[in-house]
Ligand binder design. Structure first.
Ligand code: ATP
Ligand code: MG
Length: 309
């Protein structure tokens, strides 16, 4: 892989202009790190979490995953919620015989039996169904109960660039499993009155997990959702959140957009339902920001590896 990139860069350095150069630079950084450590770059696992209900977790998980795959980043979407909204939104009709994340966590089944291809090229799915509600209870008495998802994910991390976890609206054992197996957490916050309600509890939980179960857990970013530029309230909430959380807030912002609310009933991510909508624009930008941040991190890793840090 490293050899191919070197050959391309000397063949015709002008070809493709700035975009090509930028792409090449980031690919070379990725190659450098994998070359340096003699191993493949592992997937970045992002948990989409906020225990507040209806803030746009599932909409974000499904559309971010689809946009990452469309940007040629092999991605796995895992539905960790017994409501199974992500499973439906990505186009899987109800099927009681389907193997789900329940079989992974409770029965310890291997991923080959559980991971399914979606209709989006480059996007695989671990579906959920209502039985997952039982898993939250059954896990209570299980050994290593917080590490079940991490164990399941281990062999999968070499196969994808990103793994996106859609969490339920609760700080339960399923969310805990997601946060223990994740590299980072993406927190959607709805631009409305009491937007911050529950966020301090979530941040406390993240700090506790960092001290105990997963010291390397990062905040991927805070995402402002259902933003309505016509209302003063939305604008005010967005300003307040940006001044409170600073650069932790993504530049990308998800507008309130009826096409985003319609798309799940057609089992399609927004980019396949209405690519020209404001919602598609928002999630495409978010995916670009997530990819750029991942590349920056890999670059920083390569530099510190090079300096022996
Ligand atoms: P839960 O906590 O129940 O899992 P959630 O946080 O996953 O909910 P979603 O299911 O993504 O939230 O969104 C809640 C509702 O709001 C859904 O009907 C969804 O279609 C709609 N919705 C989400 N984002 C937007 C948006 N940007 N514009 C318009 N509607 C949206
Ligand atoms: Mg949801």
């Amino acid at each position: 892989m490293f050899h191919v990139e070197q050959r391309e860069s000397t063949e015709n350095p002008q070809r493709g202009g700035l975009f090509h150069v930028k792409q090449l630079a980031s690919i070379t950084q990725l190659c450098y790190v994998s070359f340096y450590f003699g191993e493949r770059v592992l997937a970045r696992v992002i948990a989409v979490a906020n225990q507040k209900g209806g803030v746009g977790k599932t909409t974000t998980a499904v559309n971010l995953a689809a946009c990452l795959a469309a940007a040629e980043q092999p991605t796995l979407l895992i539905d960790c919620d017994s409501q199974a909204n992500a499973t439906a939104a990505i186009g899987f009709p109800k099927d009681p015989s389907r193997r789900t994340v329940y079989h992974a966590l409770i029965m310890g089944e291997a991923f080959e039996r559980i991971v399914q291809k979606s209709q989006v090229e480059g996007l695989d799915v671990v579906p959920a169904d209502k039985n997952l509600a039982g898993a939250a209870v059954e896990l209570v008495t299980a050994e290593e109960r917080e590490y079940k998802l991490q164990t399941f994910l281990q062999p999968l991390r070499e196969r994808y660039k990103f793994v996106v976890l859609d969490c339920p609206p609760a700080l339960d054992l399923l969310t805990l499993n997601a946060l223990v197996s994740a590299d980072s957490v993406l927190v959607p916050i709805q631009c409305e009155y009491l937007a911050l309600e529950g966020v301090s509890e979530l941040l406390d939980t993240l700090m506790r997990i960092r001290r105990t179960l997963n010291p390397s857990l990062e905040i991927e970013g805070i995402l402002l959702t259902m933003y309505d530029e016509r209302t003063t309230l939305s604008r005010q909430v967005a300003t307040d959140l940006r001044s409170f959380f600073g650069t932790q807030v993504f530049q990308s912002l998800i507008p309130r957009n009826v096409r985003l609310a319609e798309a799940p009933s057609f089992g399609k991510p927004i980019i396949f339902y209405d690519i020209h909508s404001k919602g598609a624009e928002g999630y495409t930008q978010l995916a670009q920001e997530v990819i750029a941040n991942a590349e920056k991190r890999v670059g920083a890793g390569a530099r510190s590896a090079h300096s022996g840090a």
